[in-house]
Structure formats: C-alpha cells, structure tokens
Design a protein. Structure first.
Ligand code: Z5A
Ligand code: MG
Length: 227
C-alpha cells in the first residue's frame, strides 16, 4: 500500500477537440491505479449534474442559450464541484481532470460574439488551481482526421484555430502571472505534441506527472486560479 501524500496533486489535461485528452486521462488513471497511487477522476463538463444536463443539451444543439449564459453555466458546473476537489486533494488523493477553466475561456473567447477574454476569465477566478496543466497541442487539420470530429457544435476548423490561439495566450499569461510571486505557487503549464501515437504521448505525460505523485506529496497549499 502506497503512503498517502500530505496533499494530492491537481493535474488538468487541456487541449483542442480530439487532441486525445480523454484517452490520455484514462491511460494516466490506469498508470496511477496500477501503482496503488490514490487518484480520483473528474471531467468537465460534468454532464450528470442538473447544470451539466443543460450544458449537454446545448452542446448537442438540442437547446440554444446566449453565449454569456452558457459560459456562466460551464463555470457554475466547476464551482459546484470545487469543494469536493479541495476535500479530495486535502485527503491526500490526486485528481486527474479532463478539461477545466482553460477550456471555458478558450471556447467562449473564440466565438464570433467576441466576448472579451477578461470577462471570460472572471467567473473562474479563485477556483482551486491545478498544480500541473498538460496542454495537448494538435493542428486542427490533424484533429479533424480523428474519430467523432464534427459531432458537436464547436468542432469546426476555423473555430478550433481560434481556440488554439487563445490557449497560447493563456499559456503565456499563466507563465507570466506568477512572475512577481514565488515561482512555486504558479501552476506548471506543459505543452505536449499530441499529434504522435497514443503510447508516445502517454510516455511524455508520465515524465511530467511522476514528480507530482511522489509519496512525499505536495507540501504547498492548494492555489487559487489567477490570484
Ligand atoms: N467546453 C466549453 O465550451 N467550456 C467549458 O468550460 C468546458 C468545455 C469545460 C465538449 O467537451 C465541449 O465543451 C468542447 C469544449 C466545450 N467542445 N466541443 N465541441 P468534451 O470534453 O465533452 O468533448 P469530448 O466529446 O470529450 O471530445 P474531446 O474532448 O474533444 O476529445 P478528446 O478527449 O480530446 O479526444 P479522445 O476522445 O481521447 O480521442 C478522440 C479520438 O481520437 C478517438 O477516436 C481516439 O481513439 C482518437 N485518438 C486519441 N488519441 C490519439 C492519437 N494519439 N492518435 C490517433 N488517434 C487518437
Ligand atoms: Mg474528451
């Protein structure tokens, strides 16, 4: 039985549609579980909650909502699980999370309605911050060749190109935000070339994750997004 760390690590997988986030989240989860490392999985949107059901209906184009409203619902969907995330981490269990606030900002800020980036970021300010963001990068062209592309409303190449640009901006800002603070309080953002085989991407992910899931655990307190 592995020793429980002082607190668990919060690991978020982000990236464009079909970059392989869910595939890699499942692989990572398996890898951790096979080593008896305590871990819990979250996925956003969490389509099970009442708010998540509204989001699901919107994504499947079964209902229509104002761009601001759907953005706030995505954020509320994270807030309704924020206390659970904290409890899990404080109990010494790691979290692997498939998409988080970065998806929220990237998708809304890329819409033709041109909602300002800062407006998009505001509702998620002070959510539990990840310790590690694994950003899976892929060209929209390559993503298009993968299974299931185009089934939901945001999966068009032009939109995906804009989404990629907003992710790049967030990466720069996430790296810069902490420059006046202790660097150890900054979430670590790692960009991974997701255009390679599932195995190669998984191997690289493990190289970045392993230092975060040591028995000694994470000693710094849980951070707050953009604070
Ligand atoms: N959204 C938002 O607007 N605001 C928010 O706050 C949040 C989300 C949280 C649904 O999300 C939408 O919600 C999404 C963003 C928006 N946009 N759209 N549309 P979702 O997470 O539920 O989406 P999804 O249905 O899980 O798809 P995905 O995340 O886009 O895919 P993925 O998880 O990145 O990829 P995958 O399912 O692992 O793999 C896709 C296919 O590629 C599959 O057939 C795999 O077998 C294959 N695959 C995976 N990896 C590889 C490699 N390496 N090589 C070849 N083939 C591969
Ligand atoms: Mg997915």
């Amino acid at each position: 039985m592995a020793t429980k760390p002082s607190r668990g690590a919060f690991i978020v997988i982000e990236g464009l549609d079909r970059s392989g986030k869910s595939t890699q989240a499942a692989t990572l989860l398996e890898r951790l579980q096979s080593r008896n490392i305590p871990v819990k999985f979250h996925k956003f949107p969490d389509r099970v909650t009442p708010i998540g059901q509204m989001i699901d209906s919107y994504l499947r184009s079964k209902s229509d909502l104002d761009d601001h409203v759907i953005h706030l619902l995505f954020s509320a969907n994270r807030w309704e699980l924020a206390a659970t995330v904290e409890q899990t981490l404080n109990s010494g269990t790691h979290i692997v999370c498939d998409r988080y606030a970065f998806s929220g900002i990237a998708f809304t800020a890329s819409k033709p309605s041109q909602i300002p980036f800062e407006w998009c970021r505001t509702p998620d300010i002070s959510l539990p911050a990840p310790d590690l963001i694994l950003y899976l990068d892929i060209s929209p062209n390559k993503a298009k060749e993968r299974g299931g592309y185009g089934e939901e409303r945001y999966e068009q190449e032009e939109m995906q190109t804009r989404v990629r640009e907003v992710y790049r901006r967030m990466r720069e800002e996430t790296m810069a935000v902490g420059s006046n603070r202790e660097s150890e309080n900054r979430p670590q953002w790692v960009e991974i070339d997701a255009g390679r085989s599932v195995e190669d991407v998984g191997k690289e992910i493990w190289i970045h994750v392993e230092p975060f899931v040591q028995p000694s655990g994470i000693s710094k307190p849980i951070g707050r997004l953009w604070m």
